[in-house]
Design a protein around this ligand. Structure first.
Ligand code: SF4
Ligand code: MG
Length: 308
């Protein structure tokens, strides 16, 4: 097959004004940020991933990030599809490897705002080591983790984030292993910004994304999101609307809470809020400093990437 691939976003193909922030013809402000030619999307009715994309575009609109310097990197899975749906420079990479791919982009061109948009299985299972070490090294990445507590795309298997006693396709009698507390994991590893919200908290999600855009260093936003098709159904938790009611009822805002205390259970309280906001030098600043110290005048700072 020798099919020509058209990488132009829908906005450009339609011949509309080049700036999605100023599209007078668009009936919905989110529209210019999506590749309409890829619609309908693959997400199931009631899935929360689309809600997170809406929050992301709202955050872009409100923060006016330079879209020419913004990159979205996804891994594999239902959330991994985000990279294909946004009309931005984006990369749909291999399973678990969104963070190393994004790290390379950021180090090669430090002027980019690099967003990693991935699911809980992708980031904390096969990509778990990358997550830990990117936080430890304080790579300047904005990681958006859509956590539906299960492997969605592959059939609802137990993930590292699945809470104890939840029913999954691989644990039909209930899970019995402790799930990861992701905010605690990345906090302990050294992330400078850590927040958790649910897809019910759309304004808070968008605000956290805006804060992450401004933050230098490893930022991590966990968004608890329903998978009605696999997780909700198997655990008799209703549909997408029931999930919103559940999130509203069970969420408790705990800004600044010690992350060791924000672990999730199957039906218990969902602590949400901004847990960590601190400053420490990011990887590249430390690298440049080290090279300058060691090499003195021999060290030449790399300029901005000139590739188009
Ligand atoms: Fe969303 Fe679950 Fe459907 Fe995947 S399987 S699109 S996570 S509802
Ligand atoms: Mg998942």
């Amino acid at each position: 097959m020798n099919e020509e691939v058209d990488f132009q976003p829908q906005h450009a193909k339609d011949g509309r004004a080049g700036d999605p922030y100023e599209c007078a013809e668009c009936t919905n402000p989110v529209e210019p940020f999506l590749r309409s030619d890829r619609m309908p999307h693959i997400w199931c009715p009631g899935c929360g991933i689309g809600t997170t994309v809406n929050c992301f575009t709202r955050a872009l609109i409100d923060s006016k990030v330079d879209l020419d310097k913004l990159v979205v990197v996804s891994g594999i899975g239902c959330t991994g599809r985000v990279a294909g749906y946004v009309a931005l420079d984006s990369f749909h990479t291999t399973h678990g490897r969104a963070i190393p791919f994004a790290t390379g982009l950021k180090l090669a061109n430090p002027n980019l705002t690099v967003v990693v948009y991935a699911g809980d299985g992708d980031l904390s299972a096969i990509g778990g080591n990358h997550l830990i070490h990117a936080a430890r090294r304080n790579i300047d990445l904005k990681v958006i983790c859509v956590n539906n507590m299960i492997y969605g795309m592959t059939g609802g298997q137990t993930a590292p984030t699945t809470p104890e006693h939840a029913t999954t396709s691989t644990n039909p009698y209930g899970t019995f292993e402790a799930g990861f507390n992701l905010p605690h994991l990345v906090d302990a590893a050294g992330a400078v910004y850590v927040a958790r919200w649910t897809t019910f908290h759309v304004r808070q999600v968008a605000r956290s994304m805006q804060e992450a855009f401004k933050k230098k260093g490893f930022s991590f936003i966990e968004i608890i999101s329903p998978c009605p098709t696999l997780y909700q159904r198997r655990n008799k938790m209703g549909d997408g609307l029931d999930a919103m009611k559940y999130y509203k009822q069970m969420s408790k805002v705990k800004n600044g809470a010690p992350t060791g205390e924000v672990g999730l259970t199957k039906t218990g309280e969902i602590p949400v809020g901004k847990f960590v906001d601190r400053d420490r030098p990011d990887y590249r600043s430390l690298m440049v400093h080290q090279f300058q110290e060691s090499l003195g005048e021999e060290y030449v700072e790399m300029g901005e990437c000139s590739c188009s």
